[in-house]
Every structure is written in structure tokens, then in C-alpha cells.
Design a protein around this ligand. Structure first.
Ligand SMILES: [Zn+2]
Length: 183
């Protein structure tokens, strides 16, 4: 289906999947996917590319949330204030679209030219997924690609003690009130 991932329709679709690939541009959608994946024990690949102009760095990451792996919240990969701002205010969603990379009006229907970077990150994610589902090996829980030096680093963080999502949401299925996201 086409439309916002934060919707009842998308939620129903997600419940019928074995794995989720989240390739989203905001922490509101990331928080939603993190919660759904944990509540229903669905393997979730968070796939993200990033250009940090001030740090002269570009790259991205693949985070695999599955089993006892840490969630995005454990890994500080969700900014709660940004997520809340996005979820609480439909206008903020429009604003974010307007400032993503470059003013969309100027782009005349095309997008920022990050296709080579996105290609690397997407291929890394698909490769991890293929190795995982074919049983060759368990997918890495956290890979980061540093474009400036051309290196992929494996990270090995563990769950953060006291993580609300890992400790109170995980495996709770319909006991978790996801409808909060749709109001
Ligand atoms: Zn967590």
C-alpha cells in the first residue's frame, strides 16, 4: 500500500510481515516502527543514510532489531523530542518535507543526488537480510558506513538497562496500545 507508515492500514500490513525494512527520514516514524517491531517480535532493519556537512562526514547505518538485540532507543538512534514533535504536529511533518536536504520546489520533481550512498547502504542491508534468512549467519546488529574513509564498522552495543521499549513493550503484542500513534 502507499501512504504514511503511521496509520491503521500500515499497521495491519506490518503485522502480516516477517521482516520490516525501515527507510524513513524522521524519528517519529522510526519510533513507531521500533515499537511495533518490538511488541510483535518482528525483525526490523533500520536503514539510514546521512550527510553531516559540519563534520565533513557522510555514510549511514544498518541496525537489526531482533531477539535480544538493542532497540533504536537503547542505541540513542531516536531523539525523543524530535519524534514527539513530528508525531504531535502534522504541520511539523510538512515543514520537514520542505527542508529535507533542499527545498523540494527547487528540485522540480527529482531528489537530492545521494543515489550512490543510498545504494551502498541499501545493498549492505539486503546482504545482511539474505545471510540471515538463509541461515548462513545471523545478521549484524549494527553496521556503520563511513563514506569519508570508505570503511564499514561493526558495532556491538548491548541493550540499555531500563529501556522502556525493550523491557515493557517487547513481546506484549496487542496489550500495547498502538492507536496512540493515530490520534
Ligand atoms: Zn531498547
Amino acid at each position: 500500500m502507499k501512504g504514511s507508515v503511521i496509520s491503521k492500514e500500515s499497521f495491519k500490513c506490518l503485522l502480516n510481515t516477517d521482516y520490516i525494512f525501515g527507510c524513513v527520514d524522521n524519528d517519529g516514524a522510526r519510533l513507531f516502527l521500533n515499537e511495533v517491531a518490538l511488541a510483535y517480535n518482528i525483525g526490523y532493519f533500520d536503514v539510514s543514510s546521512e550527510i553531516l556537512i559540519s563534520e565533513n562526514e557522510y555514510g549511514g547505518h544498518i541496525i537489526f532489531i531482533n531477539g535480544d538485540n538493542p532497540c533504536l532507543y537503547c542505541l540513542n538512534e531516536i531523539n525523543p523530542a524530535e519524534a514527539r514533535k513530528y508525531l504531535d504536529n502534522p504541520n511539523a511533518r510538512k515543514d520537514e518535507e520542505a527542508i529535507y536536504g533542499i527545498d523540494k520546489k527547487v528540485l522540480n520533481g527529482s531528489g537530492p543526488a545521494v543515489v550512490s550512498l543510498n545504494g551502498i547502504i541499501a545493498s549492505l542491508a539486503v546482504n545482511e537480510f539474505m545471510l540471515h534468512v538463509t541461515g548462513k549467519r545471523v545478521a549484524n546488529k549494527f553496521l556503520t558506513y563511513y563514506g569519508s574513509i570508505g570503511i564499514v564498522r561493526k558495532r556491538n552495543e548491548n541493550r540499555k538497562e531500563g529501556c522502556y521499549y525493550c523491557e515493557s513493550i517487547k513481546g506484549q503484542r496487542e496489550k500495547v496500545d498502538i492507536s496512540n500513534y493515530f490520534t
